[in-house]
Design a protein around this ligand. Structure first.
Ligand SMILES: Cc1cc2nc3c(=O)[nH]c(=O)nc-3n(C[C@H](O)[C@H](O)[C@H](O)COP(=O)(O)OP(=O)(O)OC[C@H]3O[C@@H](n4cnc5c(N)ncnc54)[C@H](O)[C@@H]3O)c2cc1C
Length: 389
């Protein structure tokens, strides 16, 4: 059996590792021209679900690489007002020195690519697929190249074109919140001025008028060549709270965009102002928060979906990547277990959808608590931002 995966993101790469380890032939096609393209680094919290899935699919050498390039685990989740008065605090004792509590997305993907040089093919933008008539699927790329496989897996993220072809009525809703993402490189001088809590885990400050800012440290065990430790800074609000329409916000260059954050945090605690002033404005990018509201089963065939492609969700529960990893472990089991292919895929889809429905509902609930928005409108189809979330 031959499997083609579209998308070398978190879920597609974990699936490829699992299939290779189980002796299943797999090729991954990614539209980026190489692993270094775009500014893709941001912090991803890995929870127990994601950790278990990684332990299931990764061979020991790849798992070791993931641990080595992960962050030192944090032990805090805390909320503040915009003057840093504490609102709530939860601590998590770190007991396992090899724990993968958080990763940088770029470093994580590089680690997941370990040993997959001949499996991952960059510069292949998927555009369409068709039934070959003899039980295989033909996969078509933007430059006219084609390939065939027994199974096609769409792991191509929130703007998935595989999903658009398979489930044309699938709706991805705009939850009404925009994020401006940025980073503060953590030099020794900067570190001394960052509130201690911000270096311990995920902290969220909000000014009570619909604007908020999240801070979370990326303290590498072993940093990538390209950059070192940083503090992730994510400013959030509705277009009204940010004082910019989408047309304005998404037309700004990174430095202009960061000025929206500088203006939005005026009057906040001096430590937050100092972080925002010192951040790397060139790394700023905007994101529209989107979520699916319904995931309905479809008639199982030779094309299936995984990760954000089938259950895009808000990042409020920190669960999108973890759910993609969970899918990868499930699908690895289904495709390497023997037995009739369509039954195996049907079993995967049933279990994946059941799990994803719960996580999406939880992420919508948490987004409501965190951002105070309930409005859900159909999202514009255009891709926006580096990962088009
Ligand atoms: C700022 C931020 C913070 C987040 N924090 C967390 C967190 O703490 N915990 C968590 O669990 N999740 C988090 N998430 C969500 C998480 O990043 C996603 O859920 C996860 O990356 C989804 O994995 P995926 O493999 O499904 O898709 P992706 O990782 O998005 O990968 C999709 C891949 O497909 C490729 N692709 C797209 N279209 C095509 C095409 N036509 N042809 C070929 N290739 C294509 C893309 O280039 C990409 O490489 C966060 C997201 C953001 C933006």
């Amino acid at each position: 059996m031959e499997v083609v995966v579209v998308g070398a993101g978190v879920g597609g790469l974990a699936l490829a590792q699992g299939l290779v380890a189980n002796g299943v032939r797999v090729r991954v096609y990614e539209r980026d021209s190489g692993p270094r393209q775009r500014n893709q680094g941001y912090r991803i919290h890995i929870d127990d679900t994601g950790g278990r899935a990684l332990a299931e699919v990764l061979p020991p050498d790849v798992r070791r690489r993931v641990v080595e390039t992960a962050c030192h685990p944090g032990d805090l989740l805390a909320g503040f007002d915009s003057h840093l008065a504490p609102l709530f605090e939860q601590t998590f004792p770190v007991t396992d020195p090899d724990a993968v509590g958080a990763v940088d997305r770029y470093a994580f993907r590089r680690a997941l690519m370990t040993g997959l040089d001949d499996v991952v093919h960059f510069g292949h933008e998927f555009v369409d697929y068709a039934d070959t008539g003899d039980g295989r699927v033909e996969v078509r790329f933007a430059d006219g190249r084609t390939t065939t496989a027994d199974v096609l897996v769409g792991a191509d993220g929130v703007g998935s074109r595989v999903r658009a072809r398979l489930l044309p009525d699938f709706e991805v809703a705009d939850i009404g919140v925009r994020c401006v993402y940025g980073k503060l490189p953590l030099t020794d001088a900067v570190r001394a001025h960052v509130p201690a809590a911000f270096l311990r885990g995920f902290c969220f400050a909000s000014d009570g008028s619909g604007r908020g800012a999240a801070f979370a440290p990326v303290l590498f065990r072993e940093p990538p060549e390209e950059y070192g430790d940083y503090l992730m800074v994510v400013f959030t609000g509705t277009p009204q709270a940010l004082g910019r329409s989408d047309e304005e916000l998404f037309a700004l260059d990174p430095r202009e965009l960061w000025q929206v954050v500088v203006a939005g945090t005026e009057g906040w605690h001096p430590s937050i102002r100092a972080i925002v002033a010192a951040a790397d404005a060139d790394s700023a990018f905007p994101i529209t928060l989107r979520s699916c509201t319904r995931i309905e089963p479809w008639r199982t065939g030779r094309v299936t979906l995984l990760g954000d492609a089938v259950h895009p969700m808000t990042p409020a529960a920190g669960a999108g990547a973890n759910t993609a990893l969970h899918d990868a472990a499930l699908l690895t089991g289904a495709l390497s277990g023997g037995g009739p292919l369509v039954d195996a895929l049907a079993g995967y889809e049933r279990e994946m959808i059941g799990h994803a429905r719960q996580v999406v509902a939880d992420s919508l609930r948490r987004a409501e608590q965190m951002f105070g928005t309930t409005a859900v409108e159909p999202a514009a189809p255009a891709d926006r931002g580096p990962d088009a979330p």
